[in-house]
Design a binder for this molecule. Structure first.
Ligand code: IPE
Ligand code: IPE
Ligand code: MG
Length: 240
């Protein structure tokens, strides 16, 4: 079957790098490096098929609790990725965005990220959002704190807080809701990713480990998405 209906916003929990490396008898870091290749392919696919928003879960707030050496390796890999890919991203008209608490990032990684975001800021193609030091609960708490401050300052009344206002206080204020969420590596959980934004997303889980996730696997997920009926609470007949 041909894919004719693409999601507007595709989000991916890229999982299984460590297990992939272990399977090859390698250190976990090699899994992360191999995973970057998958990132490149998925970004290129989204660009080629004009998927407007791609959001990748690259590092969670909970991932700070990993062994220090692995955290360091991941930060270095991010810097390397940005350096290596910036030209190609620019050529592909990709805009870059980051969501999460970047203040916890080492200066070098934060600088590289902000510089690349700035360089790509006027691009008009696919928006690639990297979730870095991201946690949905932290995002929601930040929003709640800012909202209560705004109410206290008299800029907003409690009654005026609706879903649209809430959305404006999220890291994803300029992104639409997620249409399709993919998680690799056979884990059936959300792990604190985009809790608000996936309220009506279609979920797709695959056993494939992230470093082995190919264009063909992505197309399987997209076909599954295309064949689903998104009812948003209504009944089938109402959608006709
Ligand atoms: C996903 O792969 C990448 C990050 C969370 C940074 P993992 O590192 O979680 O790989 P597994 O789950 O241990 O196999
Ligand atoms: C989720 O993967 C976070 C990222 C993919 C960045 P984890 O491997 O950290 O998730 P858990 O701990 O298995 O739920
Ligand atoms: Mg994992």
């Amino acid at each position: 079957m041909e894919i004719t209906k693409y999601p507007r916003h595709l989000a991916i929990i890229m999982d299984g790098n460590g297990r992939w490396a272990k399977k090859q008898g390698l250190m976990r870091g090699f899994g992360h490096e191999k995973g970057v290749q998958t990132v490149r392919e998925v970004v290129e696919y989204c660009v080629a098929h004009e998927i407007p928003y791609l959001t990748l879960y690259a590092f969670s707030t909970e991932n700070w609790n990993r062994p220090a050496l692995e955290v360091k390796a991941l930060m270095e890999l991010l810097v390397k990725f940005l350096k290596k890919e910036a030209d190609a991203l620019h050529k592909n008209n990709v805009r870059l965005k980051a969501i999460g608490n970047l203040d916890r990032f080492p200066a070098k990684a934060k600088d590289a990220l902000l510089k690349t975001i700035d360089r790509l800021k006027d691009n008009t193609g696919t928006t690639l959002t990297l979730a870095l030091s991201y946690g949905a609960r932290e995002e929601l708490l930040t929003a709640v704190k800012q909202l209560s401050a705004a109410v206290k300052e008299g800029e907003l009344t409690t009654d005026a807080i609706d879903e649209t206002v809430m959305q404006r206080y999220l890291y994803t204020f300029d992104l639409p809701d997620v249409d399709l969420l993919i998680r690799t590596s056979g884990e059936y959980r959300i792990s604190n990713f985009l809790l608000w934004q996936i309220a009506y997303a279609e979920l797709y889980f695959t056993e494939v480990l992230w470093p082995e996730f190919t264009k063909a696997h992505l197309e399987e997920a997209l076909l599954s998405y295309q064949n689903r009926e998104r009812r948003f609470g209504k009944i089938s007949e109402q959608l006709k």
